[in-house]
Design a protein around this ligand. Structure first.
Ligand code: PLP
Length: 390
């Protein structure tokens, strides 16, 4: 019998049921059932036309060759300029690495920081993409439970208390998926200072940085007093509705970025030139696309939360950021998987069970805002119909 690597076998562990409801909803949709699918995280917006035009024109002039492993200088410069606009610390091009999406940037950073068995502190609930990565790296996961009563924002003490002798990395996602919780500047500053004192690294995934609704995002780089032992990962997937383009980046000390460069060289070997050209254009001219999309997400969040507030038995948590609303269903159902399955079967609405993201969001479901307002309102209506029948 063919033998595969230990890594391949680890990754072959049965996937969490995270996507089971979503997969079933898509199958029902394919068979013609009028299902409302609010279990996704891919923005419904089209990538803005000027970005598409820019990529096409660069394709036409032959920007189709190999690119340096760490990225084209024009995009690295655009990211550094962006960082210099939002953070008080200087950012130079040699601190920036370009990767095909935040996922690849995170994987490169973690791969250069941890060995098998090292400890990585992560917050529960977490983005469903983290666990396979941590499993792949075979690290010891040290979980911090975020509490619903604190709006799922972990405290500095909770994060610091989770650090053990073998911890090498603290991985934080702010604003967070699925809850939209923002980790405050003071918490980031304290955690980073602790990491620096113990030669541990703080890696932050800030992919929702451009979608905060009530107060501006504070990056770990902005909160930091010193930048050593800090890697910030961000990208254009959500902010510019560019999930399929695969554009992300790391901002880290120059010496660490050189390690990332060697990792990139033996793994991704550079991203497409025309994609990077368009990404640089997007970042340099992004004010109005991002503002318009953020305004629309805010409008959707307000309309959905106002509507859900009128449904008895449900408690919608108004997110400060991101593209999702967490709804507490514990008054009605102990099991969020069962709630999501019955919701799909009886009224044709698909949302993700909160337990897919961790124990802290068990008893909740994730209602996605990445559909036009009329579809979201139809989703709320179906939710009300379902709840009123109970
Ligand atoms: C927190 C978080 N990080 C990373 C990703 C993946 O980002 P990318 O598509 O840029 O790899 C997602 C996508 O949903 C996410 O929610």
């Amino acid at each position: 019998m063919t033998r595969y690597s230990e890594l391949a076998r680890r990754l072959d562990a049965p996937a969490a049921d995270a996507w089971a409801v979503h997969d079933r909803a898509l199958a029902m949709q394919r068979s013609g059932e009028p299902v409302v699918v609010l279990s996704i995280g891919d923005p419904d917006f089209r990538t803005p036309d000027p970005i598409i035009d820019n990529a096409v024109s660069h394709l036409r002039i032959g920007r189709t060759h190999y690119s340096p492993a760490l990225g084209e200088i024009n995009l690295r410069r655009a990211v550094a300029d962006y960082e210099n606009r939002v953070s008080p610390h200087d950012c130079a091009v040699d601190q920036v690495g370009i990767f095909p999406g935040v996922t690849a940037g995170l994987f490169a950073a973690l791969s250069c920081l941890v060995d098998r068995g090292d400890g990585v502190v992560v917050v529960d609930p977490q983005y469903v993409g983290y666990m396979p990565m941590l499993l792949g790296l075979d690290v010891d996961v040290q979980m911090v439970r975020a509490r619903p009563e604190l709006g799922f924002e972990p405290t500095a003490d909770e994060i610091i208390d989770a650090i053990q002798d073998h911890t090498r990395v603290v991985l934080l996602n702010t604003p967070g998926n699925p809850t939209g919780a923002i980790i405050g500047a003071e918490t980031l500053q304290r955690v980073l200072a602790e990491c620096q004192a113990r030669d541990i690294w703080l890696v932050t995934d800030e992919i929702y940085s451009m979608f905060t609704f009530d107060r501006p995002h504070v990056s770990a780089r902005t909160a930091a007093e010193r930048l050593d032992n800090l890697v910030v990962v961000d990208g254009l997937s959500k902010s510019h509705a560019m999930t399929g383009w695969r554009v992300g980046w790391t901002v880290a000390p120059a010496e660490f970025t050189e390690h990332l460069g060697r990792f990139a060289e033996m793994s991704i070997f550079g991203c497409p030139q025309f994609v990077q050209d368009a990404a640089a254009f997007a970042l340099n001219n992004d004010e109005y696309y991002v503002r318009d999309m953020r305004d629309e997400y805010r409008r959707r969040r307000n309309a959905v939360c106002d509507r859900l507030d009128s449904i008895q038995g449900l408690t919608a948590r108004r997110p400060e950021a991101g593209m999702f609303v967490m709804i507490d269903v514990r008054e009605l159902y102990a099991d969020d998987q069962q709630f999501a399955n019955e919701l799909l079967d009886t009224v044709g609405l698909s949302v993700l069970p909160g337990s897919a993201f961790g124990e802290s969001t068990a008893g909740h479901v994730r209602f996605s805002l990445v559909q036009p307002l009329n579809v979201l309102m139809e989703g709320c209506q179906r939710l009300e119909t379902f709840v009123s029948r109970l």
